[in-house]
Write a protein that binds this ligand. Structure first.
Ligand SMILES: [Zn+2]
Length: 168
């Protein structure tokens, strides 16, 4: 059976610059026309086609065998606010600002705490966000009062957009 292969990029925000169009590469803006073209192609299916389709479906893997997520746990991860510029944990906090001692990047403390909360939610989607949890995640460097305030403000902003709950 002749096989035609394609590499299909489905992320709508993805772009690939090629010196010239490649017939086997389907870019995001080409996906819909490509599907329409496939659907419009006349075909007469035989019993062996059906057998092949069944075989392919039986070989389909629901779980990605190449997943590279390693095990991690809150307790084993190093805590602290990371520099949003160089990802270092060497942060000094004073006068409402976090300053990275490695690259010199300076960020308002509220924005750094918000970023840390987003990290927590990304790394631990099932974790209930608490003031004390964020406090520990930030390496116990930011006051609980500040964290509570940032959590309150952000929950007001995000509550309608997505699941966002936290407990005192
Ligand atoms: Zn830095």
């Amino acid at each position: 059976m002749p096989i035609q292969y394609f590499v299909v990029f489905i992320n709508p925000e993805f772009t690939l610059y090629l010196p010239k169009p490649h017939k086997s590469i389907i870019l995001p803006t080409q996906v819909n026309p490509f599907i329409r073209k496939l659907a419009a192609t006349p075909a007469k299916l035989t019993a062996s086609d059906k057998k092949l389709a069944d075989l392919l479906m039986s070989l389909h893997k629901e779980e990605d065998p190449y997943s590279r997520l390693t095990f991690y746990d809150f307790s084993i991860l190093e805590k602290g606010i990371v520099s949003s510029c160089c990802r270092s944990l060497a942060i000094v906090i004073s006068d409402g600002f976090c300053t990275c001692t490695k690259c010199g990047y300076k960020e308002e403390i509220d924005s750094a705490v918000l970023r840390s909360i987003e990290e927590l939610r990304l790394l631990f989607p099932d974790l209930i966000i608490t003031t004390i949890g964020v406090y520990q995640w930030c390496g116990e460097t930011v006051s609980k009062k500040t964290i509570r305030r940032v959590l309150k403000q952000s929950s007001n902003t995000f509550i309608n957009k997505r699941r966002w709950s936290y407990f005192e």
